[in-house]
Each structure stands twice: as structure tokens, then as C-alpha cells.
Design a protein around this ligand. Structure first.
Ligand code: NAP
Length: 499
């Protein structure tokens, strides 16, 4: 157990989701043991702790959506459910001895680089800490977004967001409004539809849906994965390459027409009512927004107690929602499936660099980090799963593990060269940002005809990596000439004295 009174650390990580835990494990394995993880909750797990709504599952197969260094032969399904993924993360935290480094119930309020002391000052609700290196691992999907709809404060019924599910509230027999039709809503709707009296689904934009071909692993299969790690690795590799194929289509939207034809056929087979089908047919190229992978969502929408409402929401009243066509929909519960603050990441308002500006101020609407990791003006900060590392087709843990090579490369180089401070060269970060924008041109995300949170307020692709994960892996190395590095003043004198 760490000394509880310790307030200075070599490395401070914020968050204990996949990225925070992955970083801590890799750092410890490389000998960087003086680290702390700040966690606002009482348990590890990040989004896989918070998103416990009914039906929560990963739409990437678990044999790929897991750490390469911690394979789990005992996944129950090809696509694991949230409790199992959460349990996996807890197990990793314990097995790799990360838990003693975690300060639970510590919400980071502000983190600022002190140019005078050449270190980070981190203010939490339980005291102030300092660190040489600062690693935000807060993810883009940590702060629920609830739209400011007119009259929202008047509503007398129950409301909650999908990422803050109220498990104590019984939905049986209720008139429930679900707002949003994203990756979360399509997972919980089939679970709650049979229970509720009426489900009014307020859909702003229909999404393309592909069926999820899930498989339950038998005890024999699990045993085989455990006994033959090479078999599990082979399965992982096959999933990996099958998913990478999507990138061909994402980069060539015309190819996606084939996938779209398949999705259209699936919709036609599943939804017989032409009026409902019309409502559920997107008008943009498949892949422009995240493709929804679910076999239960469309069938649930065909049930008699479900109403798909496509008129916009005009106002919310005490016990109803009024749409722009003047219809008043009576509801006693509103569930927000409206996603997260992705582009206006609240955490980025609380991280200040050398000149005192916050990340959001310095980004001015277009988040940018070299290789999604380091930011000019924010020395010794390594952003985990930062801007430009998101994916629409495969496991983001692949990106994280590549990114950790940059971090470890930097720390090892600095240790060997007795350097203390690092940040990317301004021209390197700018060139990288421009390259991403160039590569984004003509892809399904910019030319697919949709509005999505993949694009920022300035219309730039800043959340996604525009190529396959192999391309990122090839670039994700620490190259000293791309960074400005220096020593802290005292260190220079010490070295001279030693010579
Ligand atoms: P989301 O994809 O951002 O979807 C939000 C939904 O709410 C959209 O349908 C959006 O409509 C709608 N919406 C937002 N504001 C609205 C408003 N003012 N009025 C009406 N509708 C509104 O959020 P999410 O479903 O929570 O998913 C977020 C991300 O979590 C996903 O993209 C994915 O990366 C991740 N996720 C992953 C999995 C997984 O299996 N790996 C599962 C769940 C979530 P528009 O489309 O018109 O904007």
C-alpha cells in the first residue's frame, strides 16, 4: 500500500478505465513505479463501470477488445456484456497490482503546469498533489450530455441518462420516452421494451444497423482458449484483420454502398411496415456515423407498444413531450440516450498549460495532439486516447497500446539522457494535424453526408484516426527529434558538478 500522506509523484494518471489501467500496468512493468491514479468513483472501470444500463455490451468482439498482454480465455460470449468487461478490468487492476496506486473518491478539479517548479500541480477535492508527468486518461465518453430542451425543468416524472442508469427504478408498466438512437439506446431499448407500457422513441437521425452475430462460448471452447493461447491469438488475429477491412470502405465511400445494400436488406427483412421502415432509413452513407451493431433493436421497434417519433422536440411539459408537429406525447419517464460531451470535453476546461490557458482555450474548437498524445504548451503531459485516436471499426485498445509505446519511449529516453521536460515541436504537431485533415478528405466521415460528433465545431475530423490501426502503430514511436526536451535548472548544475 502506498503512503497515504505522499503528495508528490513522478507520474499522475487521471482515470481508471482501460487507458488509465493500461498505462499504469505498462509503466509498472517498465519500472516506473512512482505513480498515482486519481479516480472520482469508488471502483475502477471507466465507461465500463458507468454504463451499466440493461443490455450494455461491447460491439467489438472481446477477444480483440481486451489487453493484448492480458488475454481472457473465459469470455462467455463473442461480444461480452458490461458486467463481464467491468470484472475483467477489476481483475487486471488487481492482478497487475495497480490498486494500491489508486486514490479513489479523488475528483481532479484543476491541473496546471507550474513553469517555476517545472511540474504539474493537481488540485483534487481531497487535496493538492504534484507530479513530474501528467496523464489524463479520462476518455471522450465520460461526461453525459443532456440536451437543454425547452421546459426540461418542468418535467414532473423520472429522468436519467443511459450512463447513470437508475437500477432501483422499476420501468414496468411505465410510459417511457427514450431520446436518442445511438449505440447506447439501441442496446437498452430491446431490454426495456417488453416491460414498459409504452415506449416513445424520439429519433432525430436514423442510424444504419447491422446485425450482431453473437456466439456463446461453450466450456470446451473456453478450455481450449485457456490451454492453447496460440488458438486464442489466432482468433484475435482473424477478428483484427476482418475488422480492418472496413477501413477500405471508410476511405472509399463508394465501396460502402455494398455494405449499405446489405444493411438495407436487413432493415427490409426485419421491418415489414413500410412507414416505419421509411422512418428508420438513413439518408447518408453507411459508416459516416457509427454503425450500430445489434440484432434486437429493429425487431423491438416493430412491437405494438413502440412508437418511433421523428418530429423534433418542441418542449417538455410536466407529464409530456410536445413535438414540432403539435402532438403531445404523454410520458412519465424520460431516458436520455443522448451521448456524451465529446467535442467540448469538460475536463479540458480544467487543464492549464505553460501560458495559463486551458486545453479547450488553446484548441479553439479543434482538439489537436501530436499522435493524439502530446500537446504544445502542455509539457510532460501525455494524453491517453486523446484527440485523433478514436476509431469507428475496431477496438480502441489497439490504439491505446500503440500510444503507450510513445509514452514509454519518451520516459526511457529522458531517463537515459537525464532529461526532465518534454513537449512536441510546434511545427510537428501542426503538420500532423494538417495531415489528418488531408487524409480525412474523401473519406466516409467527411464525404458521407451526415453530421456526427466525429467532426468538430469547425468541421474538422479531430476525434478519429483516419487510417487503419496498423498505420497508427507504425507511427506511434517516440522520435526525439520531434520534441523539445530540456533539464530542470538544478539538474544541470548537479550534472556539471558530477563531471
Ligand atoms: P451517441 O452515439 O452520441 O448518440 C446520441 C443520440 O442522441 C443520437 O441519436 C443523437 O441524435 C441523439 N441526440 C443528441 N442530442 C439530441 C437532441 N437534442 N434531441 C434529440 N436527439 C438527440 O451516444 P451513445 O449512444 O451514448 O454512444 C456514444 C458512443 O459510445 C458511441 O459512439 C460509441 O463510441 C460508444 N458506445 C460504444 C458501445 C460499444 O458497444 N462499444 C456501446 C455504446 C456506446 P443525432 O444522431 O441526430 O445526433
Amino acid at each position: 500500500m502506498q503512503d497515504a500522506s505522499k503528495t508528490h509523484f513522478r507520474i499522475a494518471i487521471v482515470g481508471t478505465g482501460f487507458s488509465g489501467l493500461g498505462a499504469a500496468i505498462r509503466l509498472k512493468q517498465a519500472g516506473f513505479d512512482d505513480l498515482v491514479l486519481f479516480e472520482r468513483a469508488t471502483d475502477v472501470g471507466g465507461v465500463w463501470r458507468d454504463n451499466s444500463y440493461p443490455g450494455a455490451a461491447c460491439d467489438v468482439e472481446s477477444h480483440l477488445y481486451s489487453f493484448s498482454f492480458a488475454p481472457n480465455p473465459r469470455w462467455s460470449n463473442a461480444f461480452s456484456r458490461q458486467p463481464e468487461i467491468h470484472a475483467y478490468l477489476r481483475d487486471c487492476a488487481q492482478r497487475f497490482h495497480v490498486l494500491p496506486h489508486v486514490r479513489f473518491r479523488h475528483t481532479v478539479r484543476e491541473a496546471a503546469w507550474s513553469e517555476a517548479d517545472k511540474r504539474w500541480e493537481i488540485e483534487t477535492d481531497r487535496g493538492t498533489f504534484t507530479a513530474d508527468f501528467f496523464l489524463p486518461a479520462v476518455g471522450a465518453l465520460s461526461d453525459p450530455l443532456i440536451p437543454e430542451l425547452p421546459g426540461i425543468e418542468k418535467f414532473q416524472g423520472k429522468t436519467f441518462h443511459s450512463a447513470r442508469w437508475d437500477h432501483g427504478y422499476d420501468l414496468t408498466g411505465k410510459k417511457v420516452a427514450v431520446i436518442g438512437t445511438g449505440a447506447s439506446a439501441v442496446q437498452f431499448i430491446p431490454e426495456i421494451q417488453p416491460k414498459v407500457q409504452k415506449l416513445s422513441l424520439f429519433q432525430r437521425t436514423p442510424a444504419w444497423v447491422l446485425p450482431r452475430w453473437d456466439e456463446r462460448f461453450s466450456e470446451r471452447q473456453k478450455h481450449a482458449f485457456g490451454a492453447m493461447p496460440a488458438l486464442q491469438k489466432l482468433v484475435r488475429t482473424v477478428i483484427y484483420y476482418r475488422r480492418e477491412l472496413f477501413m477500405v470502405g471508410f476511405r472509399n465511400p463508394r465501396v460502402m454502398k455494398l455494405v449499405e445494400r446489405y444493411a438495407r436488406g436487413y432493415l427490409k427483412r426485419t421491418v415489414k411496415d413500410p412507414v416505419l421502415r421509411e422512418k428508420l432509413t438513413p439518408d447518408f452513407r453507411i459508416g459516416c456515423k457509427r454503425i450500430l451493431i445489434t440484432a434486437d433493436y429493429l425487431p423491438a421497434l416493430t412491437q405494438p407498444n413502440v412508437d418511433v417519433i421523428t418530429s423534433g422536440i418542441r418542449e417538455i411539459r410536466e407529464r409530456s413531450i410536445v413535438t414540432t408537429d403539435g402532438v403531445e406525447h404523454e410520458v412519465d419517464t424520460i431516458i436520455w440516450g443522448t451521448g456524451f460531451h465529446v467535442m467540448d470535453l469538460p475536463f479540458a476546461d480544467h487543464v492549464r498549460g505553460r501560458d495559463g490557458r486551458t486545453l479547450n482555450e488553446s484548441w479553439a474548437g479543434s482538439p489537436s495532439a501530436y499522435l493524439g498524445t502530446t500537446v504544445v504548451g502542455f509539457p510532460n503531459m501525455f494524453f491517453l486516447m486523446g484527440p485523433g485516436t478514436g476509431l469507428g471499426h475496431t477496438s480502441v485498445i489497439l490504439m491505446l497500446e500503440s500510444q503507450l509505446r510513445i509514452l514509454l519511449g519518451a520516459l526511457s529516453h529522458m531517463q537515459n539522457q537525464q532529461l526532465d521536460i518534454v513537449e512536441p515541436r510546434s511545427e510537428v504537431q501542426t503538420r500532423f494535424f494538417d495531415w489528418i485533415q488531408k487524409e480525412a478528405q474523401g473519406t466516409v466521415w467527411t464525404a458521407g453526408g451526415c453530421a456526427s460528433w466525429y467532426l468538430d465545431a469547425n468541421g474538422k475530423l479531430t476525434s478519429l484516426w483516419p487510417h487503419g490501426t496498423m498505420a497508427y502503430r507504425n507511427r506511434a514511436r517516440f522520435r526525439p527529434d520531434e520534441y523539445v526536451m530540456s533539464r530542470r535548472p538544478g539538474r544541470e548544475q548537479q550534472l556539471m558538478a558530477a563531471e
